[in-house]
Design a binder for this molecule. Structure first.
Ligand code: NDP
Ligand code: HSE
Length: 447
């Protein structure tokens, strides 16, 4: 049988990684897929750059796929069966994906931004044209988490998902904590290793993780993708002192993506999070990703692996290419729905605003070192119905203009609703003895 023909859009980290893996393992992949998978055409902005990259991979001119700078020519080419979009972003990538779908080509993409923001439009177009859009590489790089959520866990009512789903920020936090590297140097390292997005603020500010959490939330709970409802907070404001105090209290700080079925709706949030140091997630280091999924039947399951980089991501892209090759002749109605639930059975359960989220909290207060200050703070917390789980009071380190000491008080609260904590913080900050803004971080026990 003729190989299935793939048109590759973009030849950067993931595009070239995909080409390399497909080429190296082509015989095994063919035995699995039932026919060969051939990257027949590549579209890039700069064909000379792609030609050099192909040469570096060891592809001789004669065996090289046709490289063009005309993206539409590839997407419109009748001989192409699958378009693999490896460009990124929501601009030209969206246009090309929609055009490929209208041309009745299946699409494989690693582009989480595109699906988190325009997923509804893209999946509807795919349904209307009877084609598949496969996106395993969009979440957690090489970890087959989409497959697990859509298929392996399909018997379960999913309760929550919590994961380290951005390799760049986890790499930065690990480098800072373990090797004392400063933030800027650690970020540069992540960029050089090919982990970071084209715009690394997407990584640092939690946007990339929120794209991924949005996709997982939709698949887990059968709701539309709603990136605009996600709460997003990154690591750029995280202070080294909080990493240190958290350690003293037995916690690690990780950027977590969390989505949870709660009483009144679904929580969907990304933020730096304290996790007990003994939890497996707390010990996931460098660019590694890990996702905990809790289902009512199976309990907690954990998925761990490389979340970024050329070949780990290519592993997921090629898995999608194989899936599409196996299934493209199947009746569209018998394929696994894009979001795991039948498209006419998605639910309108709301995504909760962050004020309604329930969490434990870490609060750091800089206070005047005078009698009664702690009593005032605990009274405010008690009046707001917040109970304290742990407390750390540091020795006076700073002295004010009148020779009086200042000290840090660190509190860990039991779970409470975020709006209650915000109300308590407002009252605490109004105390004369509290000398700076309260630092608030969320905490998950992952029990
Ligand atoms: P790269 O920047 O390494 O490669 C992107 C490719 O697309 C390059 O060939 C680039 O061309 C081309 N390109 C970029 N912008 C345009 C544009 N406006 N018009 C035409 N071509 C363009 O990105 P990655 O390979 O890292 O990422 C690709 C996708 O995979 C993204 O959606 C990303 O989020 C996702 N992803 C990345 C992972 C990783 O570890 N890197 C992991 C999982 C997903 P040029 O070389 O000329 O800039
Ligand atoms: N920039 C992303 C990360 C790439 O660091 O996790 C993988 O999606």
């Amino acid at each position: 049988m003729e190989p299935i023909k793939v048109g590759l859009l973009g030849f950067g980290t993931v595009g070239s990684g995909t080409y390399t893996v497909l080429r190296r393992n082509q015989e095994e992949i063919k035995r699995r897929a039932g026919r060969g998978i051939e990257i027949a055409r590549i579209a890039v902005r700069n064909p000379a750059k792609a030609a050099k990259a192909l040469n570096d991979i060891g592809v001789a001119d004669a065996g090289s796929p046709a490289v063009t700078d005309d993206f539409n020519a590839v997407v419109d080419d009748p001989s192409i069966d699958i378009v693999a979009e490896m460009i990124g972003g929501t601009g030209i990538a969206r246009e090309l994906v929609l055009r490929a779908i209208v041309n009745r080509k299946h699409v494989v993409t690693a582009n989480k931004a595109l699906l988190a923001v325009h997923g509804t439009e893209i999946f509807e177009a795919a349904h209307a044209n009877g084609v598949m859009v496969a996106f395993e590489a969009a979440v957690a790089g090489g970890i087959p988490i989409i497959k697990a959520l859509r298929e392996g866990l399909t018997a379960n009512r999913i309760e929550y998902i919590a994961g380290i789903i951005n390799g760049t920020t986890n790499y930065i936090l690990s480098e800072m904590r373990d090797r004392g590297v400063d933030f800027a140097t650690a970020l540069k390292g992540a960029q050089e290793l090919g982990y970071a997005e084209a715009d690394p603020t997407f990584d640092i500010e939690g946007v990339d993780a929120a794209h991924k959490a949005t996709i997982m939330s939709a698949i887990a709970f059968g709701v539309p993708v709603q990136f605009d409802k996600a709460y997003v907070e990154g690591i750029s404001q995280l202070a080294a002192i909080d990493i240190r105090y958290a350690e003293e209290l037995g916690y690690r700080i990780k950027l977590l993506g969390i989505t949870r079925r709660a009483g009144k709706g679904i929580e969907l949030r990304v933020h730096p999070t304290l996790i007990p140091a003994k939890r497996l997630l707390a010990n996931v280091e460098g660019p590694m990703n890990a996702v905990v999924v809790h289902g009512d039947a199976v309990g907690a399951t954990l998925y761990y692996g490389k979340g970024a980089g050329a070949e780990p991501t290519a592993s997921a892209v090629v898995a999608d290419l194989v899936d599409v090759t196996r299934l493209h002749t199947a009746d569209p109605e018998h394929r696994v729905p894009h979001l795991a639930f039948q498209r006419d059975r998605l639910s309108d359960t709301p995504i909760l605003p962050i004020d309604e989220v329930t969490s434990g909290y870490y609060l750091r207060l800089r206070v005047a070192d005078v009698t009664g200050v702690l009593a005032d703070i605990t009274r405010i917390l008690a009046n707001t119905g917040i109970s304290i789980d742990a407390l750390l009071q540091k020795e006076s380190e700073q002295v004010d203009d009148h020779g009086k000491g200042e000290t840090d008080i660190i509190l860990i609260t039991h779970e409470t609703v975020e709006k209650n904590v915000n109300a308590a913080i407002a009252d605490i900050e109004a105390l004369r003895t509290v000398v700076s803004k309260v630092t608030k971080l969320r905490m998950e026990t992952l029990n």
